[in-house]
Design a protein. Structure first.
Lengths: 274, 311
């Protein structure tokens, strides 16, 4: 089956360069607000970039949709929207500040944002409704969703996971930001039976696979090469706080801004990163 | 009321091809057959997944569709409360939640099935409107109003077999406006939903005492017609509110607040469900009696309310 995603060449080197720039951008913004979800954004940056630059068809009249269901990764989406010229630089720089219209979670009405998220477990079932409408109307639009692994603990996600294959929503693509961390600790400690996840998803009727969530080419290839006769989900293994050694897999950095010294170290590391 | 809704949703779908009915394993059964026959792809049963039902409706609305989520009132808003709040109200989407069996009408099934606090809870949500028609004819008009409304609506229905009350109503049905069903000059009885029938019974009792009574359907519980209320305050000596919802956060609360704010000279009497879970079972009327909401109990509470004829 044809998968009507973008199928032009995808430049993974350019994607990595953008993600370096985005990491720096997020660190800079962190110095202007009391706290920022840096680590959750760093975890999903390559996925969000690959979706926008390698998978979504963004042309009118029927552009694809992206929903960041893990709304606390919003800075990743804002950076991409800024890169695309959809959000103005001063708008992104004003994130979380009085007078601005963008906050720490995506909000419908902000350019480029197609659903308000922030509370976990909402984005995927909303995407289901969009995909169902598109199919019924006869539109070729695709809906891309990024959810977090902690989000997979929400019952509403499993309602949606059960329903998408029932409705045969082949126009739905889900990437799970599998960094193995939630606010209070490691998922495998809090829910010892969380893993293995892949057979659970497959048992619900999805085409599912595991990928490296920090490898833009792998993300694009996995989605483009899917069979496409069922809804598709990729468990994308990631590192929370990816790119900054002292943030990586350290729960403290879920929502925090680095001090001046930490900031300098973080900037050095992300700029030297791959 | 269920059947009236089912007939109307068919007509709505004929005029708006993007109409969807999304149910959570509860359906107005036989009456939906024409809809299922002619719009099979627009009838979605998500099964016992009320959270998905509401979010999915949000997704449909974000694609320009007109979705109606349908199940028993309690399940339609309590289980998926955050979905109602975040997905429908926060995003201000045109989704109608149809809650059937509101109040204590599922009288055999216990409090798990009683939507007692629904008006307070839905009324507290920004952007949410509440429509509660009193009979099948008003259900038809309310469903059309939902289809044309730009934001979320909680359409609060009874079950089946409600009598017709509005066939000779004085005022037409207008979203957001009080609707005089009968006209009088001394006492105004205000209510919404099927319990307005009790309002008519109370009116009869008061008329036997020589009162001239107006019965008004407050079908749009939110946004409340505040100017219409102010007009009632100045016109009547007594305003009686009868509703099948918890006394807390009810229409009665709103009417009393407004009466205070407008320095109303009339007396306001309110009757609602107790702020209690009653562990009793029986006919709908038995439950209402336990809550003090039969016409006889209301007339008794009103004491020797009579017109003073001084105005």
């Amino acid at each position: 089956m044809m998968t009507p995603t973008q199928n032009g060449p995808f430049d993974a080197t350019a994607s990595r360069a953008r993600c370096r720039k985005f990491r720096r951008r997020i660190l800079d913004i962190s110095q202007t607000v009391p706290a920022l979800h840096i680590a959750p954004a760093f975890s999903c940056l390559e996925m969000v970039d690959a979706i926008y630059f390698g998978l979504m068809r963004r042309e009118a009249p029927d552009p694809d949709t992206f929903i960041l269901s893990k709304g606390h990764g919003a800075m990743a989406q804002y950076c991409v929207l800024e890169e695309l010229g959809i959000l103005a630089p001063e708008e992104v720089a004003g994130a979380g500040k009085e007078g601005g219209r963008i906050g720490m979670h995506p909000d419908l009405g902000v350019p480029g944002i197609e659903a308000s998220t922030g509370s976990l477990g909402h984005g995927l079932p909303i995407a289901l409704g969009m995909a169902l409408a598109d199919r019924t109307i006869g539109s070729a639009r695709q809906v891309f969703v990024v959810i977090s692994d902690g989000e997979l603990e929400e019952g509403s996600v499993w309602e949606a996971l059960m329903l998408a294959p029932t409705f045969k929503l082949t126009n739905l693509v889900v990437l799970v930001d599998l960094n193995d961390f939630q606010s209070l600790g490691q998922i495998s400690m809090i829910h010892p039976n969380f893993y293995p996840m892949l057979p659970k998803i497959e048992a619900f009727g999805w085409e599912a696979t595991e990928i490296d969530g920090h490898d833009p080419q792998a993300i694009v290839d996995a989605v483009r090469n899917r069979k496409g006769n069922r809804p598709f989900l990729a468990l994308a293994k990631t590192v929370k706080g990816k790119g900054v050694s002292y943030m990586e897999s350290v729960p403290l950095w879920h929502y925090r801004s680095p001090n001046a010294q930490e900031y300098a170290l973080a900037v050095r590391e992300v700029e030297e990163g791959q | 009321m269920r059947d009236a809704f089912a007939r109307t949703i068919y007509d709505i779908a004929r005029s708006d091809p993007k109409t969807f009915v999304v149910v959570a394993d509860i359906s107005p059964a036989a009456a939906m057959a024409p809809f299922l026959r002619d719009f099979p792809d627009q009838f979605i049963n998500v099964g016992l997944a009320e959270q998905a039902m509401i979010s999915l409706c949000a997704g449909l609305a974000l694609r320009g569709c007109t979705p109606f989520a349908y199940t028993i009132a309690t399940f339609s808003i309590y289980r998926p409360f955050e979905q109602v709040r975040d997905d429908l109200c926060y995003q201000n989407l045109p989704v109608t939640i149809v809650g059937v069996g509101a109040g204590v009408s599922y009288s055999l099934l216990g409090s798990t099935h009683h939507a007692q606090e629904d008006v307070a809870i839905m009324g507290g949500l920004p952007n949410m409107s509440i429509l509660a028609p009193c009979d099948p004819a008003e259900t038809v008009l309310a469903a059309w109003a939902c289809a044309k409304h730009a934001g979320p609506v909680y359409l609060r229905l009874g079950k089946a077999g409600e009598p017709d009350l509005t066939a000779n109503a004085i005022d037409p049905f207008v979203f957001g406006k009080l609707r005089r069903v009968t006209d009088g000059s001394d006492v105004c009885i205000l209510g919404y939903g099927p319990i307005l029938k009790t309002g008519f019974d109370v009116a009869k009792g008061l008329e036997a005492r020589g009162c001239s009574v107006s019965v008004v359907s407050a079908h749009t519980v939110k946004p409340l017609d505040e100017e219409g209320m102010a007009a009632l305050f100045s016109r009547f000596e007594h305003v009686i509110v009868i509703e099948e919802t918890s006394v807390r956060g009810s229409l009665g609360t709103d009417v009393k607040r407004l009466a205070w704010e407008r320095r109303a000279a009339c007396q306001v009497h309110t009757f609602a469900l107790k702020d209690e879970f009653l562990h009793i079972y029986g006919a709908h009327q038995d439950l209402l009696r336990a809550h003090g909401l039969t016409a006889a109990q209301i007339l008794e509470s009103l004491g020797d309310l009579r017109p003073s004829r001084t105005r």
